[in-house]
Design a binder for this molecule. Sequence first.
Ligand code: COA
Length: 635
Amino acid sequence: MWGICRKTAVGMAKACGLVRPQHFVKPVSVTRVSGRYRSHQQGLPTLPVPPLQQTCERYIAALEPITDVDDLRHTKKLVEEFQKTGGIGERLQRSLEKRARRAENWLSDWWVQVAYLEYRMPVVVHSSPGLVLPRRTFSDQKDQIRFAAKLIAGVLDFKTMIDNETLPVEYMGGKPLCMNQYYEVLSSCRIPGLKRDSVVNHAKSSPPPRHITVVHNFQFFELDVYNRDGSPLTVEQLHVQLERICRAAAEPSAEPVGILTTMHRDSWGKAYLNLIKDKVNKDSVSIIQRSIFTLCLDGAKPQVTEETHRSNAATQMLHGGGSLQHSGNRWFDKTLQFIVGQDGSCGANYEHAPAEGPPIVALIDHVVEFTRRAEAAESPTSSLPVPQKLLFNITPDIKEDIEEAKRSMDKLAQDLDMKVMVFEHFGKNVPKMYKMSPDAFIQMALQLAYYRMYQSCCPTYESASLRMFRRGRTDTIRSASTASASFVKAFDDPGKQNTVKRDLMEKAVQAHRSYTNIAISGQAIDRHLLGLKMQAAEEDLSVPAIFTDPAYAKALHYQLSTSQVPSKTDCVMCFGPVVPNGYGVCYNPMEDHINFAVSSFNSCKETNAGRLAEAVQDALLDMKILLEKTPKSKL
Ligand code: COA
């Protein structure tokens, strides 16, 4: 099937699906393989431009379950006009095809600009996902630091595979995937701008960075993680260095300068220019930006019950809990931040522009496995340079910006409702037993849950990987389909027989899996439509009417924004809703249970993360019951 699996050196020759990914990612070679990454990338196909007519037909089909009849009739006319022979659609399509012949990927640069760098809402909650790892038990700060030291060593172990180009290639449905995102997540950082941000990647600079940033009690430190001979510091060495940092930052800093990175991007763009006017500040910021990654050692936080712990940990990873908790103990522009809390809450936060969730999770799976390894006996550590505290001169203007950032961050933290739910009744095993795609089954449960709450279907986004193509990112699987609408409408209808309901369920699941296959092979509609719109802007043409049509805006108003991020570790990724009256739903289907993180905004009276999570649980159970008690129909 299409599941992403990581092929090892051992499994390379076997077909995908037959190979169980090994638990611990092992390099394909123990020594550097120069040029391997490049030749792999060059062998990948380029992203196709789908045929215009196909996209237009599929666009209309996608609108059917979410648009009323009159609006749809109007949109059909606009689409006909757009795609007619000699029309604007044909012209844009030709230009797009030309662009695709020239570019490595006709979409990716546009996508990164539009979806991330020109998106001005704070990266916190609105763009950067969090990741919650299983809770650790720390009896004291020494335990916390020991785990953090192992975690750093685990990331450096993974980094060696990236540096040596020995990272095993991943496959989906037997096809090799683009590995570019792995080369973008370390030593990189987002830089705020006045109208648009940028991303810098220092991994290829000479010499490459050798340090990470550690932040504790809102104070930043530069920690060199390599010895003079180029070997990574050992766990013991890292432990000693982290202890030094914790001693040096035993009291919280008066000014949590990191909280500036939680601001609206326009405000942060302005505040940033002001901050780096000062040479000391500029140097400190540059050290953070250049660092391989950030480690956030969080202090204590208010006790919560075991039941609310996971949801609470999710907000800690997603936004830090506000200015009185850990939001200032971050640099949210940093691509990768690992978080280790004093109470055993652990996880990560990542800035989305350079990569999607799966490569981040693959790295984290490796790190988690690494931390479980028995520790090798180490000889006493020789003297190491003292980690340098990064200094900031806080002028009254900067102080004002920090206060402003605290206020807006606290408002955002208050507004976010997060519910992490472990669905324990079954996992991928049940849909597989009924020969259904587990992902499609879960998506249909989400559709049913939403319909039960609102008696309507809503535009739904699920990310589909485009990594079969060189520098591929994502397209949209539109989970609300004509088939899903028929299924959810029939499900609780007492007038419908169970055999009919089961048949509709199977058709809906199948339709979802078919759309998934369409999306991952570069034939979905959303990025193509975006490309046509971008092309019109590129050629200074007026925006074609299909893009100013209210139906287009409606189609992009994703009240359900969802994503599957699978992992070997029993963890869950989380993110915020993408519209004020919507939900963010991330899930990790394990074999016998499913981890969900559901978010909504408290300021919207119509949404409630906990209620949707419950409705999803009920929908999954009811769908299973229907399968159990109803023979497969012969319709
Ligand atoms: N019968 C039995 N088993 C089936 C089946 C069927 N009809 N259909 C699928 N399966 C099995 C698969 O073989 C696979 O097995 P595995 O657990 O041994 O690997 C498993 O069920 C999962 O398959 P499925 O549920 O269909 O999902 P998928 O793994 O193909 O994933 C997507 C679907 C859309 C999530 C994936 O293609 C994708 O694009 N992922 C990237 C998403 C992304 O980037 N997210 C992050 C955004 S930040």
